[in-house]
Design a protein around this ligand. Structure first.
Ligand SMILES: Nc1ncnc2c1ncn2[C@@H]1O[C@H](COP(=O)(O)OP(=O)(O)OP(=O)(O)O)[C@@H](O)[C@H]1O
Length: 262
């Protein structure tokens, strides 16, 4: 993380457990602490069930912590999200409404922000053009490929002008060629918009390509290692190999331990 950039997101000693229907407790987040700087791109990798999605829910104010705290721009996350559209999430599966056109799907978030209809449709079309869907603005999700639907989701995430985007395995369901194109387009848009993003991914190469820093989580979610990704590292096979081996090592030593609370 750059010394000069102000802290955008601060997670401090976060804790979260669930009581399951069987009565047992599952610890999802354990004493998790990390900062994300403004305009930083952070990739999170870790074993399955490591609480990564739960962390995103907490960052969006959808779930509350049992202990510790999350602040964004120095204020509690609940306060930060009161103004709509400051933080967006892109999921692995597209969450488009099947009866709405691409334009109307992208305009939804703007409607929630109270943007007047003509303006929100214009902004939605602009974002669809920016993701290469300028000729599909009136298409229904069923008339688009998986890659096009995910492009529509990306347009929807950017349209509200978020300060932070959370990518939850956003490229994992796509074939590799489509995923490569979308990653590259997403990275270019994020740079243009000067924003912060966090991506949870099971692909180490994706983490190296998109992240300026990679956090390796253990299970339950806690930080076991972090790696800065030097500019241009993803173009150097030797650098990619070095970072990949380092991540693999830390993932292998960070497996699930005592995730079921007593
Ligand atoms: N609503 C819930 N009720 C009970 N347990 C839950 C709930 N949500 C999550 N968990 C538990 O919390 C733990 C973390 O789940 P989470 O979905 O965040 O993992 P993850 O790191 O995103 O996993 P993956 O990489 O497989 O997507 C899991 O053990 C899960 O069973």
């Amino acid at each position: 993380m750059s010394e000069q950039s102000p802290v955008k997101i601060r997670v401090e000693k976060a804790k979260k457990s669930f009581i399951q229907k069987s009565g047992g407790a599952v610890e999802a987040i354990r004493e998790l602490t990390f900062d994300v700087a403004d305009n930083e791109y952070v990739a999170i990798v870790g074993p399955t069930g490591a609480g990564k999605s739960v962390l995103f829910d907490c960052l969006l104010g959808l779930k509350s912590l049992d202990g510790g705290r999350i602040t964004i721009d120095g204020e509690p996350v609940e306060k930060f999200i009161r103004k709509k559209g400051r933080i967006a999430r892109i999921f692995q599966e597209d969450r488009l409404l099947p009866w709405l056109t691409a334009t109307d799907n992208v305009a939804l978030g703007l409607q929630i922000q109270g943007v007047p209809e003509a303006e929100r449709r214009e902004r939605a079309r602009e974002w669809l053009r920016a993701v290469g869907l300028g000729t599909f603005t009136e298409a229904l999700p069923s008339e688009m490929s998986g890659g096009m639907r995910q492009r529509t989701n990306i347009a929807r995430a950017f349209a509200t002008g978020p300060e932070i985007i959370l990518l939850d395995e956003a490229f994992s369901a796509l074939d590799e060629i489509t995923a490569m194109r979308l990653r590259s387009d997403f990275r270019a848009l994020a740079r243009r918009q000067k924003m912060t993003f966090l991506i949870v991914t099971h692909s180490i190469d994706e983490a190296i390509y998109l992240g300026t820093r990679i956090l390796v989580f253990g299970a339950p979610a806690r930080l076991v290692h972090q790696i800065a990704v030097p500019e241009g590292a993803s173009d150097s096979p030797a650098e990619v190999d070095r970072i990949r081996s380092e991540i693999r090592h830390w993932i292998s030593v960070s497996g699930r331990d005592a995730s079921t609370a007593a």
